[in-house]
Design a protein around this ligand. Structure first.
Ligand SMILES: Nc1ncnc2c1ncn2[C@@H]1O[C@H](COP(=O)(O)OP(=O)(O)OP(=O)(O)O)[C@@H](O)[C@H]1O
Ligand SMILES: [Mg+2]
Length: 642
C-alpha cells in the first residue's frame, strides 16, 4: 500500500531568514485585505501629518488606482527613502512613546507593506524655504525626481495585488470595493469634522464633506448630518459623560461623548455603530456591549441601535498595539469604560424627547379668517384652551401619591413660568369649561410649552389626540401609561420599597398550591414590591395591600401574575435579577386599559406625566408611545399649498 503524500512526514528544511520583500508581503497580508485597507492606512498617514483637506482619487473600486492627496506636513527629501522602508516611522522612538501613542500610525509598516503588493509613488513637499519644489519617489525603483507641488503629500497606489494574484481573486466588484473605500473614509470623517474630505471615483465626485469650523458637539453634529444624513441627527440625542465634562476636556480622565440614535431609529443591521477610542475607529466588545445594554429597557427584539460615540481616556490606559490594523484595542480597566459608555448612553436616552424636540418648530400660522358674528347676537367665541387641570383629581385618578402629584405640579409650574408671556398661572388650578371673553386678536395656542400639546380627543378608546405647535400628536394611551407606571415603580424600588396601600376589603381568590407556597415563601419580596398576600386557607389567598401606584388595577390579577413570575425565580435574588421583568408585569396591570373613556383632564394629565417621565417615548416593550404628525405632513395629505 502506498502512503499518500502527507504532512505527516515533514521534510526537514534548513531555517533561513526570509527576504525583506517576502516579510513585507506577509505583513501586507495582515494589513491589506482590500483597497479599503489601503485607503484607511493612507488617510491615517495624512491625518497624522496634520492635513486639513484630504482628497481621494480612485479607479476601478481602488484596485487600479488609489491616490490620496493631503495638505499636511510633507516629508523631507532626506527622509523620503525611509518612508517606504519596513519598521521606519517618525511617530514613535521608544517603548514609552508606544505606550502613550497619540497618532493613528506607529508600526512603521503600512507603506512598506503596500509597496510589496502594489506600485507605489510618493509625491511630497515640505513647507520650508530650503525646499522650493517637491519630490517624486518611485517605490519600485527608488528613483527620486524634483517635481512641482504645493506643500503636502500625494501617495498613489496602482494595481493592488498585482504581485499576489491569489489575493486579487478575493476582491468583489468595483462597486462593492468602492463602497468599502467610502466606508473607510466615513469612519475617519466622523472623527475629524475639522478636516475636509473629497472622494472621486473614475473621474466623478462621489462624496464630499467640507471641513466644519469650530469644534465640539456642534461640529460633530454637522459632520454627522453631512455624512449620515439629517435624519440621523434629528433622531439622535447628544451624550456627554460625565455630565460636567466641558466639550474640550482633555483625555486625562474617561470621557464619553457623541450622539446616540433614539430607539425608533434602530436598524436591522449593526452597520451604524461607530465607536472611537481616542479618535481611532475601533470594534470593541466592551463598548458594543455597554451601548447595547443602555438600550435594554427601551429597545427590544433584534433591532440594532445607531450611534457615533467617542471614548477618550489617558492613552496610557489603553493598548492600541493588539491588532495589525489597529481596529481592536485593549483597555486597562474595561469595567470603567463599560460603565462610562453605559451611563452616557442611558442618561441621554432617559430624557423624554417630547421636551427636547430637535426639529425646528414649525410655527402654526395664525388663522387669517375669523368667523363672522352670528345673526342671533351670539358672537363666536373661541374656547379658552384647557391647559390646566386639577392636579388633585389627576392624582386620585391615576393613583399617584401626594408626593408624585407635587412633582407633577412642580413640572407644570416650571413650564408655565416659562411662558408667562401668554398665559397666567391662574389656569393651573381650575379647569375652565365655560367660554370666556373672546380675545380681540387671535392668540397663539398656548401649547408651545407643552411639548406633547393639549389633548383634544380620544380615538376609538386607544389613542389620545393632542394639538401642539407642530401639529397633531397621537399617543398610545395604554403604552404610554404603562411606561409611566413602570418608571415610577422602578424609582420607588430604587428608594428601597414600593409604596403600598392597604385594601379596605381584602381581595380573596382561590389559589393553586404553587401560588400559596410562593406567597408564603416570598412574603418579604412581596412586601418590597408593595404587595401583601396572605393565605386564608390551603386553597385561598387574600390580597391585603397593593402598590399605591397600582391601586386602580385588579388586585387579584396583579397578585396572580406577580406570584407566577416569582415562582419562576429563586426568591432570594429575584429582586436584583428579575427586577425589571417583575415591575413590567406589575405595570401592565396598573396601566389604563384600552377602551377606557378618559376625560380631557385625564388625557392632559397623562401627557404632562409623559413629559416628565424618563424613557416615556417608548413603552416597556420598546415600541413608540407617541408620534408627531406635523402640519407639513397634514398639508401634504390635503395637497395644501401645491
Ligand atoms: N501623508 C504623509 N505625510 C507626511 N508623512 C507621511 C505621510 N505618509 C507617510 N508619512 C511618513 O512615512 C512614515 C511611514 O509611514 P507608514 O504608514 O508606513 O508608517 P506609520 O504611519 O509610521 O506606522 P503604521 O504602519 O502604523 O501606519 C510615517 O511615519 C511618516 O513619517
Ligand atoms: Mg501609517
Amino acid at each position: 500500500m502506498t502512503t499518500p503524500p502527507s504532512t505527516l512526514q515533514p521534510i526537514r528544511r534548513p531555517i533561513r531568514e526570509l527576504p525583506d520583500e517576502l516579510i513585507s508581503q506577509i505583513a501586507a497580508g495582515e494589513v491589506v485585505e482590500r483597497p479599503a485597507s489601503v485607503v484607511r492606512e493612507l488617510v491615517d498617514n495624512a491625518l497624522d501629518a496634520g492635513a486639513t483637506q484630504i482628497t481621494l482619487r480612485l479607479q476601478a473600486g481602488g484596485v487600479r488606482l488609489i491616490g490620496v492627496e493631503d495638505n499636511g506636513s510633507g516629508i523631507l527629501r532626506s527622509e523620503l527613502p525611509n518612508a517606504l522602508k519596513r519598521h521606519a516611522t517618525s511617530k514613535i522612538a521608544s517603548l514609552s512613546d508606544l505606550e502613550s501613542v497619540g497618532t493613528m500610525g506607529f508600526r512603521g509598516e503600512a507603506l512598506a507593506a503596500i509597496c510589496s503588493i502594489a506600485e507605489v509613488s510618493l509625491l511630497t513637499r515640505v513647507d520650508t524655504p530650503d525646499e522650493p519644489h517637491g519630490w517624486l519617489l518611485d517605490g519600485r525603483s527608488g528613483e527620486l525626481q524634483p517635481t512641482a507641488r504645493a506643500p503636502g503629500t500625494t501617495v498613489e497606489v496602482r494595481e493592488l495585488f498585482f504581485a499576489t494574484p491569489a489575493r486579487r481573486k478575493f476582491l468583489k466588484t468595483d462597486a462593492t470595493e468602492l463602497a468599502h473605500c467610502i466606508e473607510a473614509v466615513r469612519r475617519h470623517a466622523l472623527a475629524r469634522p475639522d478636516v475636509g474630505f473629497a472622494i472621486w471615483h473614475d473621474g466623478k465626485l462621489v462624496a464630499q464633506w467640507r471641513a466644519v469650523a469650530g469644534g465640539g458637539m456642534d461640529a460633530l453634529r454637522q459632520r454627522l448630518a453631512d455624512v449620515l444624513g439629517d435624519d440621523f441627527v434629528q433622531q439622535a440625542v447628544a451624550l456627554n459623560w460625565p455630565l460636567d465634562a466641558p466639550d474640550d476636556a482633555g483625555a486625562q480622565r474617561l470621557r464619553v461623548w457623541g450622539f446616540a440614535g433614539v430607539p425608533d431609529a434602530a436598524r436591522s443591521r449593526a452597520d451604524w455603530q461607530f465607536a472611537y477610542v481616542n479618535g481611532r475607529y475601533v470594534r470593541d466588545k466592551t463598548i458594543t456591549h455597554a451601548a447595547r445594554s443602555a438600550y435594554e429597557d427601551v429597545l427590544h427584539g433584534h433591532r440594532q441601535p445607531v450611534y457615533a460615540l467617542f471614548v477618550s481616556l489617558d492613552p496610557a490606559r489603553v493598548d492600541v498595539n493588539v491588532h495589525p490594523t489597529k481596529i481592536e484595542v485593549r483597555f486597562r480597566d474595561g469595567r470603567e469604560v463599560h460603565q462610562g459608555v453605559r451611563h452616557a448612553v442611558e442618561a441621554a436616552l432617559a430624557v423624554p424627547r417630547s421636551g427636547t424636540t430637535p426639529e425646528p418648530v414649525d410655527t402654526v400660522p395664525a388663522p387669517a379668517w375669523t368667523p363672522p358674528a352670528r345673526q342671533d347676537g351670539f358672537a363666536f367665541r373661541p374656547r379658552e384652551p384647557e391647559i390646566g387641570h386639577r392636579v388633585s383629581d389627576v392624582a386620585a385618578l391615576w393613583g399617584y401619591g401626594s408626593g408624585e402629584a407635587s412633582i407633577l405640579r412642580q413640572a407644570q409650574d416650571e413650564r408655565v413660568a416659562a411662558r408667562t408671556d401668554f398665559v397666567s398661572t391662574d389656569h393651573l388650578d381650575s379647569v375652565r369649561a365655560e367660554p370666556v371673553e373672546a380675545p380681540t386678536h387671535p392668540q397663539p395656542l398656548p401649547t408651545g410649552d407643552w411639548p406633547l400639546g393639549r389633548a383634544i380627543a380620544q380615538l376609538q378608546g386607544v389613542y389620545i389626540l393632542a394639538e401642539n405647535t407642530q401639529g397633531l400628536v397621537v399617543v398610545d394611551m395604554h403604552a404610554a401609561h404603562e411606561r409611566i407606571v413602570y418608571e415610577r415603580l422602578k424609582q420607588q424600588l430604587d428608594d428601597q420599597q414600593v409604596a403600598s396601600q392597604p385594601l379596605l376589603i381584602p381581595a380573596t381568590f382561590s389559589a393553586t398550591p404553587d401560588e400559596v407556597a410562593t406567597a408564603e415563601d416570598c412574603t418579604e419580596v412581596l412586601k418590597t414590591l408593595g404587595l401583601e398576600v396572605t393565605a386564608l386557607s390551603p386553597k385561598t389567598l387574600a390580597v391585603r395591600a397593593v402598590p399605591t401606584t397600582l391601586a386602580q388595577g385588579d388586585p387579584v390579577e396583579l397578585a396572580r401574575s406577580v406570584l407566577a413570575e416569582l415562582g419562576l425565580h429563586d426568591a432570594s435574588t429575584v429582586v436584583q435579577r428579575a427586577r425589571n421583568e417583575l415591575l413590567a408585569t406589575m405595570a401592565c396591570h396598573g396601566a389604563v386599559r384600552a377602551n377606557r373613556r378618559l376625560t380631557l383632564d385625564e388625557m392632559n394629565a397623562l401627557l404632562r406625566q409623559m413629559e416628565v417621565t424618563e424613557r416615556s417615548d417608548q413603552c416597556n416593550h420598546g415600541r413608540p408611545t407617541w408620534r408627531q404628525v406635523g402640519m407639513k405632513e397634514l398639508d401634504a395629505l390635503f395637497l395644501r399649498g401645491r
